[in-house]
Design a protein around this ligand. Structure first.
Ligand code: AMP
Length: 193
């Protein structure tokens, strides 16, 4: 099977996490979630972890330079080089997208596809508020969704301009949404052959 380098974009509450697990199972890339990496850093209780925790609790973004460094290092690991990658939660800003492109280029490779899992903001907000944990305040949730519009939505245009974007309707059952994503990836795999 082709080694794929994919990005998945989608608001919190878009069902991205579940779909990433299924994409990984079907297509084999390593799932790299920057949110999971940051939560692991928080759990270690290091100085960096404490700083990240404060930013995440407020629903703000960790600075681009920090994220770019973390991801560039992860991309150079053997598993990602061999199996490819499904990036989830990164890039989140156009500056991160530029850095990703550079990191891949300097490794002699490139991004194959950005999947945009589209769920309307009203629906995403409803889902997030429904599943809010005690430490997840309504304010932080609304802040994250607002930041998605200002920082992350311009990425859609960034990928589109480079003919890398496929938008997939994120409404419907988990299976229906997965079939749409699967078709989009298969289409890309065929073009790679
Ligand atoms: P996520 O699990 O992707 O929703 O990420 C949880 C939190 O981690 C976000 O609300 C941000 O505070 C932080 N975070 C994750 N990925 C990034 C990124 N690429 N750039 C900046 N902050 C990030």
């Amino acid at each position: 099977m082709a080694t794929l380098r994919l990005v998945i974009l989608g608001r919190q509450g878009s069902g991205k996490g579940t779909q990433c697990a299924r994409l990984m199972e079907s297509f084999g890339p390593v799932h790299v979630s920057t949110g999971d990496m940051l939560r692991a850093a928080v759990a270690t209780g290091t100085e960096f972890g404490r700083q990240a925790e404060a930013i995440m609790d407020a629903g703000e973004l960790v600075p681009d330079e920090v994220m770019n460094g973390i991801v560039a290092e992860r991309l150079s690991a053997d598993d990602v080089v061999e199996r490819g990658v499904l990036l989830d939660g990164y890039p989140r800003t156009p500056a991160q997208a530029e850095a990703l492109q550079e990191a891949l280029e300097s490794a002699g490779t490139h991004l194959d596809l950005a999947l945009n899992l589209e769920v309307p903001i009203e629906e995403a907000t409803r889902r997030m508020l429904d599943r809010a944990r005690a430490d997840d305040t309504e304010e932080a949730i609304l802040r994250r969704l607002a930041l998605y519009e200002t920082e992350t939505a311009p990425l859609v245009a960034w990928f589109e301009k480079r003919s890398l974007l496929i938008t997939v309707d994120g409404l419907g059952s988990e299976d229906e949404v997965f079939q749409r994503l699967r078709r989009a990836v298969e289409h890309t795999v065929r073009d790679l052959r």
